[in-house]
Design a protein around this ligand. Structure first.
Ligand SMILES: [Zn+2]
Length: 118
């Protein structure tokens, strides 16, 4: 395990950030979370309020790499140009323009492949 980032500190910070708003601060914890990292072992008691806050945080989180699913293979790794890293399918307006252009070139039968802009 690497020690570039302290996972225990992140969890502790999350708990500290939401705990003051727990409507039932005296309710018993619903989970005991044991955490082993390169920095050592930690244990956290999690209230129902913290778990619900995690659910809400997850709902509102979107990974910066999440650009949707490939319509061709269902892969979830589209690059910044919306090209599927798994099967190569292009998505979005660029993908549509290139697909249309390739169809026109193929239909014209002149044998020239679409050229890359310089
Ligand atoms: Zn794909």
């Amino acid at each position: 395990m690497t020690a570039s980032f302290d996972p225990a500190a992140v969890i502790a910070e999350f708990i500290d950030a939401v705990a003051p708003y727990n409507p039932q601060p005296d309710a018993p914890p619903v989970a005991l979370l044991g955490l082993r990292t390169a920095l050592g072992d930690d244990t956290f008691t999690l209230s129902d309020h913290v778990i619900r806050a995690m659910c809400k945080a997850l709902e509102s989180y979107r990974d910066p790499e999440d650009r949707g699913e490939c319509v061709e293979c269902g892969g979830r790794h589209l690059d910044e140009n919306l090209r599927c890293k798994d099967c190569g399918r292009l998505h979005g307006i660029l993908g549509q323009v290139i697909a249309d252009h390739a169809r026109r070139v193929a239909a014209s039968g002149d044998g020239h492949a679409p050229s890359e802009p310089a």
